[in-house]
Design a protein around this ligand. Structure first.
Ligand SMILES: [Zn+2]
Length: 251
């Protein structure tokens, strides 16, 4: 009876790992479109390792050898992976993996909000998505997370070297797993401060035209708009990715 119970717990853990792997793979695949192969591998490797952080106490090989197969396998030169007994008691809840989901950074008309127009897409020279919205539109957290940067217009100059151009008033949110950062720039006002914990959909500020924007309604820096970025941790730094890979409007 005790063994059966243990086997059940192990199966549950294996299943959890499979979900983790599948999740990491799915997110990785969606991140690859704009990367070179090397970058893609680095990002994939980083994501896989991050998703294994919670699992690091156990050998990853265990997922490849089911207990029933182990007993019937012919001996090989490779060491047989022993399944460690589950150290947790059956009454402890199984830890659930943390998933990062993305939502719209403001309410569009279909959801009771405002009209918008993408005025500039992601490219090698433009690391985010420019979305034209009316001045003062509430800007919403695209993911759960923690505020890691929150600056008012003028805090950082365009020549400080910190940024390639001025974001004006902007906020950066990092997902709980430390993999994703989302940037909300050119706002008229910020509504959060560094260290604040936000839930997806919380107001982080209000759209505006601070920083490097043009006064015209067209062109690369078109007047009032949200400059929205998604950056993904690759093991050593955060790499800008096309927000269209993540936002539900395009997925
Ligand atoms: Zn922009």
């Amino acid at each position: 009876m005790k063994n059966k119970k243990s086997a059940g717990i192990l199966s549950k853990k294996f299943f959890g790992k499979f979900i983790l792997l599948a999740s990491a793979a799915a997110i990785t695949v969606s991140s690859l479109a704009s990367c070179t192969v090397d970058e893609a591998l680095t990002v994939a490797d980083s994501l896989a390792r991050r998703y294994y952080l919670e699992e690091s106490a156990e050998p990853t090989q265990a997922t490849e050898t089911a207990p029933t197969e182990a007993s019937t396998q012919t001996p090989t030169s490779e060491p047989v992976v022993q399944i460690e007994p589950d150290p947790t008691s059956a009454d402890e809840p199984v830890e659930q993996p943390y998933y990062v989901s993305f939502a719209m950074p403001f309410l569009d008309k279909a959801h009771g909000g405002v009209d918008y127009r993408v005025t500039q897409s992601f490219s090698s020279t433009h690391g985010g998505l420019d979305i034209g919205v009316y001045w003062g539109t509430p800007i919403l957290a695209a993911t759960d997370g923690k505020v890691v940067y929150a600056y008012n217009d003028g805090d950082i100059s365009s020549t400080s070297g910190d940024l390639r151009w001025t974001y004006g008033t902007f906020v950066v949110i990092e997902s709980y797993d430390g993999v994703y950062r989302t940037y909300y720039a050119h706002m008229s006002r910020k509504a959060v401060n560094v260290g604040d914990v936000v839930k997806q959909g919380d107001t982080v500020g209000y759209s505006g035209n601070t920083g490097r924007v043009s006064s015209s309604s067209s062109g690369p820096y078109a007047g009032t708009h949200l400059h929205f970025e998604v950056r993904v941790w690759n093991g050593s730094s955060f790499i800008k990715q096309d927000p269209k890979l993540y936002l539900p409007w395009w997925n």
